[in-house]
Design a binder for this molecule. Structure first.
Ligand code: G1P
Length: 309
């Protein structure tokens, strides 16, 4: 079964970005010149996932407008012969076929994923969390899909984090697999996972391997989610359902593997991380990067000057 569907939860209230997100969905906040969620849809599309389901909520309508054609704007740009901008606004509408379902109440990531059940049906599917941007130069989903094709079950993406940050993530109990189990991936990059804990205190974390927001899931996850009781924060946690899948036999859709990602990831989950992501991506931007990096050098010198007594 090849993976063709991507699910992108986008129902969160964005409270960490208030007041910016009072009327604008946090998924549309620009990272340089592109809304955060467009990077995520581009990533899904580049991995061959052209069927994208957004899990939305109230006040998220503008996200759907962003991925739709904008005939009035296109007519104005065409009239002015502004072909670069015309291409840019058309491109976002051509990345994928976008579907949407509403999460009726904010009951957690696991519950948001469960809202995709009817749309996804019986096929494996990917979940991409919008707070994590993965650099297009370091394709991760393609590797995860290769692991799922070689080993079955479900797959999560992992990164090592300093132990004092593990309580911000799901933490995985990992067992290395021999090199060559997935021929396209380097030895040591694929693990069998025997357990997961959502946002554990440092001393209870099974390891420093943190789940980052990319998953390729067996559809058996839906039945498990239906039976998953609220966990951390009183919310239905995807991590708890995956911990259960890790214990289930392959014939029931169980089995969980992790891919160790060592590429570039930009966190946009809170204001400080968001600012860092904007600066990093601005410095790499094909048109703005060189000028921006020059200015950043000058500005850093100015800041160092300010710090001197
Ligand atoms: C979610 C997951 C967590 C994961 C994280 C990755 O948490 O529940 O297991 O490590 O995404 O970004 P959130 O950051 O939405 O609180």
């Amino acid at each position: 079964m090849t993976v063709t569907k991507a699910v992108i939860p986008a129902a969160g209230l964005g409270t960490r970005f208030l007041p910016a997100t009072k009327a604008v969905p946090k998924e549309l906040l620009p990272v340089v010149d592109t809304p955060a969620i467009e990077y995520v849809v581009r990533e899904a599309s580049a991995a061959g996932l052209k069927n994208v389901l957004l899990i939305t909520g109230k006040t998220k309508g503008a996200i759907l407008d962003h991925f739709d054609r904008a005939w009035d704007l296109e007519a104005v740009l065409a009239e002015k012969n502004d072909l670069a901008r015309l291409d840019a606004i058309r491109a976002s509408a051509e990345l994928a076929v976008i579907h949407a379902v509403r999460q009726p109440a904010p009951r957690g990531l696991g519950h948001a994923v469960l809202c995709a059940k009817e749309h996804v049906g019986a096929d494996p599917f990917a979940v991409l969390l919008g707070d994590d941007l993965i650099d297009a130069r370091d394709p991760l989903l393609t590797s995860m899909i290769a692991v799922r094709e070689a080993l079955g079950g479900s797959v999560v993406a992992l990164m090592r984090v300093p132990l004092d940050q593990i309580s911000l993530y799901g933490s995985a109990a990992v067992e290395p697999l021999p090199g060559g189990v997935v021929p396209s991936l380097p030895p040591g990059s694929v693990f069998r996972l025997s357990g997961l804990v959502e946002k554990p205190p440092r001393e209870q974390a099974p390891s420093d391997f943190a789940i980052i927001g990319r998953y390729v899931l067996h559809p058996a996850v839906f039945e498990v989610l239906e039976e998953t009781a609220p966990g951390r924060g009183g919310e239905i946690q995807l991590t708890d359902a995956l911990a259960r899948l890790a214990e289930m036999p392959p014939e029931a859709g169980g089995g969980l593997h992790g891919v160790h990602f060592t590429g570039r990831r930009y966190d946009t989950g809170d204001r400080l991380d968001y600012l860092k992501a904007v600066v990093r991506l601005a410095a790499d931007h094909p048109e703005l990067g060189a000028d921006f990096a020059d200015w950043l050098d000058e500005f850093s010198a100015e800041l160092r000057g300010r710090a001197e007594p």
